[in-house]
Design a protein around this ligand. Sequence first.
Ligand code: NAD
Length: 311
Amino acid sequence: MKQIAIAGAGAMGGRIGSQLKKAGFDVTLVDFWDEHIKAINEHGLEIQTETDTHYMKIDACKPEHTEKAYDLIVILTKAMQSETMVQTLLDRGAIHENTAILTMMNGLGHDERFEKIVPKSQIFLAVTMWTAGLRGPGQILLEGTGRIDLQRADGEADARTQVIADMFNQANLNAYVSDNVLQTVWTKATLNSVLNPLCTILDKTIFEFGEYPEARQQIEPIIEEIVAVAKAKGIVLNKETLVQKIEGAYPKETQGLHYPSMHQDLYHGRLTEVDYLNGQISKYGHELGIPTPNNDMLTHLIHQLEMTHVK
Ligand code: NAD
């Protein structure tokens, strides 16, 4: 795999792209945001770490201007921009018949949406525990550690999966080939579907949310709906494990001091990914005849807040 595109090169795309580039791979950052592309082309990508701030020269362009065909495309737009990104890259000839299209976005159903554009055998799913921040156009903040789990979306063995994991590991991204990535995708989506909307609606950090003595009574019904929908889709989730994982995020030493990304998006006037979290649970529930009143309500409340905060 020689040519790599990071399609959606904000905070997380900037992290994956810059670490691959540093490891010697041929990486292009592809993004819709003019100002961001301009800043990267003029000054390089500004990377702030725990120890320093430095600039990296790295190719960057808009999807409608890309001239290459890529062997690996990592999708890291926000979920609502992802289908337009894949379709634009396809229209530009940037996707060939062996291109691996790896989505590392949060949320559910990305493979189902992408397979309307490209064959499912080209789609790979990844879950990342890395984090990253965007400080402004062309400026990213990289702190902490993480891991990446990946597998082909249809679950089939594919030599490219290990090749991608090896490339990520050369870039110190701590990657693992999974034999059940959907379970990991759904586990992370459950955490995000519980803490993101609740902390956003309540305008609380994860720690502040967890301080409420009856927080467990708030989170359990949401989790139970997700476990039931997952089960109907053949994915086994354990409610108690999910409760423990969520409660494990409350302490200040873990994730407690943070506002979830949905909070940051909404209060910075941006649309959230709620339709790919709680909204997607509700959609599946509706299709499968499983009631999801808690996830329905959370989706509606976030949509109401978007009407107020997103101009
Ligand atoms: P991001 O907001 O930094 O970037 C996403 C896209 O939005 C990029 O294409 C970026 O250029 C564009 N964008 C950002 N600000 C913009 C602005 N002011 N004007 C125009 N365009 C703008 O998002 P991200 O955090 O990199 O998230 C990408 C995906 O990765 C999401 O699905 C997210 O849930 C997931 N994710 C993020 C993290 C994290 O720590 N950042 C961790 C795990 C998963």
